[in-house]
Design a protein around this ligand. Structure first.
Ligand SMILES: [Zn+2]
Length: 155
């Protein structure tokens, strides 16, 4: 197996897209180019509405996207943001590309909810203790609302 093939075989995001790793809520949106799902964090209740928008292709980052992938990802981030505002009451949406830990293009799409204290604004917004957090069942219900919104542009 080549290095590239081995990376795809081991990659968390590729494995998720292939259905080898199951995440609560599953795909909120998926086509041949992009995929969106909800983040799930370990043993603690998860910050609700914390989404990931990803390319289907195993490619490391923004600079390596094709024009078609960049357009599809941008549109997906905007549609997810609309859904988070309409269905979950988010007052602002953060979107960012971070870590080198997973070498597969993924954009964090993170809602800020009304009442979030200023010191938590930005990339620490999910650390606000009073923010909506939930278990797998709540994530599944949230993903269902977003999926429905993306299909019908209504909650
Ligand atoms: Zn991958």
């Amino acid at each position: 197996m080549s290095t590239d093939e081995q990376q795809k075989a081991d990659c968390f995001i590729c494995r998720k897209h292939r259905g080898e790793i199951i995440i609560p809520g599953g795909a909120i949106y998926e086509d041949d180019i992009v995929y969106a799902g909800h983040l799930r964090t370990g043993a603690h209740p998860t910050y609700l509405g914390y989404l990931m928008a990803e390319t289907k292709r195993h490619t490391p980052g923004l600079a390596e996207l094709t024009d078609q992938e960049a357009q599809a990802l941008g549109l997906l981030v905007t549609r997810l943001s609309r859904a988070l505002k309409a269905c979950e009451g988010a007052e602002h949406i953060y979107s960012f590309v971070l870590g080198p830990d997973v070498p597969h293009m993924h954009i964090h799409v993170v809602p800020r909810y009304p009442g979030a204290p200023r010191e938590y604004w930005g990339t620490r917004v999910d650390e606000w203790p009073d923010a909506p957090h939930g278990d797998a069942q709540e994530i599944i219900a949230l993903c269902e609302r977003l999926r429905k919104y993306l299909q019908k542009e209504a909650c």
